[in-house]
Design a binder for this molecule. Structure first.
Ligand SMILES: *Cc1c(COP(=O)(O)O)cnc(C)c1O
Length: 399
């Protein structure tokens, strides 16, 4: 079916107008890396400056801001993570959260010395684990998935054992888009007595997640990707209720202490998920994602996932018909049950081609060694944009 018919039949097509568009952009194919802002966000930010920050001043901390990491965390959890309240908190970058959670997991399992992670994981996840190993003497056990696919239960089965303290895996691979069988992985890790840290950066807000049903111990995720929080918006961390009584994170700041305003001697962690916080939370950066969460509440993740799969299926069909004859290969799962919200295609010339596309307002992402990543954020991307993007790539290869 042509793109215009697919857009006409798309029940979510009307949501595209809620986002800020314009400039020279012909096709934005990177909403998985930085989501577009919503139009209402400009009002929210202005009102915050004039009324809440400007009008309430320091009283804002008592009225809303101090609780915001937890209230916003609860909203993210109920709308996108399949988790009940009191287990999710918004604050640090994903990078800092991973550090804190891996260190906390090691401390929960003092008799176990190994961290399992895969070579295809996002660089920050890998580097942090290497740094923690250098700092603590823990041993890194690497899983080596095939390029273009991802971490499987069989691969983990070989390396997760009685020495494993924590397994760090990503739900949707940032490059291939491979969707991990998270419930099966969680069952294996639990069976071996280890803890699972699931990185949901590329799935939160686009792929259904059921952290509680799956029995995930720890999770972390971005808010500037499918949650449209804006550049550098703070990430969230999830800690399963059963761990909250005794988990201790390594950055002992006053805001995670039991009685921050007593300014007392000696760190005593707060009860509940507040103990995962270290210092003053970035309130301003939490504002834009609230508008996207309202939209997720309105539409629901199942409908978002349905459009996401329709977009990536359409993109794959176009790649097969128009780009494969020009030497382009697909590095993403064709099985929609194993595919997240983006696909990566490869061709030796894609680095120079991506630079040329950007000057035309066609904006995908380049991923080494020679991949173009098409990230199709479901509520802000049209089928027509996908068609324009693929046509522009075809023209560049031909030219
Ligand atoms: C985007 C992403 C990150 C980003 O971490 P930051 O601290 O926000 O830079 C980390 N891990 C994965 C899997 C990601 O996709």
């Amino acid at each position: 079916m042509p793109a215009c018919d697919l857009d006409a039949a798309d029940p979510l097509a009307g949501y595209v107008d809620r986002f800020v568009t314009g400039g020279d952009v012909q096709a934005y194919l990177d909403g998985n890396s930085l989501g577009r802002p919503l139009r209402v966000t400009a009002d929210r930010v202005r009102d915050f400056v004039t009324d809440e920050w400007g009008g309430r001043l320091i009283r804002g901390w008592d009225e809303r801001w101090f609780d915001l990491p937890r209230t916003l965390g609860d909203r993210i959890a109920s709308l996108t993570l399949g988790a009940g309240p009191g287990q999710t908190v918004v604050g640090e970058s994903t990078t800092v959260w991973i550090y804190k959670l891996v260190r906390a997991a090691l401390a929960l399992h003092p008799g176990r010395t190994e961290i399992v992670i895969d070579r295809s994981n996002f660089p920050t996840d890998r580097y942090l684990v290497e740094g923690i190993a250098a700092e603590t003497g823990a041993v890194v056990r690497w899983v080596e998935p095939d390029f273009g696919s991802g971490v499987t239960v069989d691969l983990l089965d070989d390396v997760v054992g009685e020495s494993t303290a924590v397994v760090v895996v990503t739900h949707v691979d940032y490059r291939s888009g491979f969707l991990l069988d998270a419930p099966a992985v969680a069952a294996l890790v639990r069976d071996r007595g280890a803890l699972l840290l699931l990185d949901v950066c590329h799935s939160a807000g686009s792929v259904p997640i059921e952290l509680e049903d799956w029995g995930v111990d720890l999770a972390v995720g971005c808010t500037y990707k499918y949650l449209n929080g804006g550049p550098g918006s703070p990430a969230f961390a999830y800690v399963a209720q059963r761990l909250l009584g005794h988990i201790v994170q390594p950055i002992w700041g006053w805001m995670g202490a039991a009685a921050p305003f007593e300014m007392g001697q000696g760190y005593v962690p707060a009860a509940g998920v507040q103990r995962m916080i270290s210092g003053t939370p970035p309130v301003f950066g939490m504002l834009p994602m609230m508008d996207m969460l309202d939209l997720v509440a309105e539409v629901g993740v199942p409908a978002i996932r349905a459009k996401s799969l329709a977009l990536t299926s359409f993109a794959l069909d176009l790649v097969d018909s128009d780009l494969a004859p020009r030497g382009v290969t697909v590095s993403s799962p064709r099985d929609s049950r194993r595919r997240g919200g983006h696909i990566t295609i490869d061709h030796p010339d894609f680095q120079v081609i991506t630079a040329r596309l950007w000057t035309q307002g066609i904006i995908p992402d380049f991923r080494r060694p020679h991949g173009i990543r098409l990230g199709l954020s479901p509520l802000s991307t049209t089928f027509d944009e996908v068609a324009r993007g693929v046509a522009a790539i075809a023209a560049e290869i031909a030219g």
